[in-house]
Design a binder for this molecule. Structure first.
Ligand code: FES
Length: 157
C-alpha cells in the first residue's frame, strides 16, 4: 500500500472515530464503515483502528473473525454461502457444492479471478427443514437442486 493511500485510509478511519467516538463500543460501527467502503478491512486498517481506539490489534482481528459480514481479505462482489451444517449436509449439500465449484471454477473458500464471486461455507442459515440451503448475498435459497444452484448463479452473472 502506497504512503498516500495509507494517509487517506488513516484520515478516513479518523473521521469514523470522530463520528462514533473513540471507545471500544464504537469498534463494530467503525469496522462496518470500513467494510462497506473497501469490502474488507486490511491489516493496516486494523492497526489504525486499534491505535485510534487504544486497544490491541488482536481484539480488532477477533471481532472481524467472529462476524461473517466482516472480512480481512478482499472478497468478490457477490458472496455465495453454502450451509454446511448437518441437516443440509444430509439433504444433499455435497452435490450443491460440487455444482457451484464446477460452475465458478473455484473451490469453496476462494474468489473467482474476475472478483464476481466468493464461495464460502456457512453454519446454519436458519431454514434447516428446507435444506439444502445457500445464500447469495442477503438472500437465502432453499430446497435446492444442483441445477437450481447453478441457475441462480447465472442470474447474478
Ligand atoms: S442446517 Fe442448513 S439451514 Fe440450518
Amino acid at each position: 500500500m502506497l504512503v498516500i493511500e495509507k494517509n487517506a485510509l488513516s484520515e478516513e478511519i479518523e473521521s469514523y472515530v470522530k463520528k462514533y467516538g473513540d471507545d471500544r463500543s464504537s469498534l463494530l460501527m467503525i469496522l462496518h464503515e470500513i467494510q462497506k467502503k473497501h469490502r474488507h478491512i486490511s491489516e493496516f486498517a486494523q492497526q489504525e483502528v486499534a491505535r485510534l481506539l487504544n486497544i490491541h490489534p488482536v481484539e480488532v482481528y477477533s471481532v472481524i473473525s467472529f462476524f461473517a459480514f466482516l472480512n480481512s481479505n478482499p472478497k468478490g462482489r457477490n458472496i455465495v454461502r453454502i450451509c454446511q451444517t448437518i441437516s443440509c449436509d444430509m439433504k444433499g449439500k455435497k452435490a450443491i457444492v460440487q455444482a457451484i465449484e464446477r460452475e465458478l471454477g473455484i473451490k469453496v473458500g476462494e474468489t473467482t479471478k474476475n472478483n464476481k464471486f466468493t464461495a464460502e461455507y456457512a453454519n446454519c442459515l436458519g431454514l434447516c427443514d428446507m435444506g439444502p440451503a445457500m445464500a447469495i448475498n442477503d438472500r437465502v435459497y432453499t430446497n435446492l437442486t444442483p441445477e437450481e444452484a447453478v441457475e441462480l448463479l447465472g442470474k447474478v452473472k
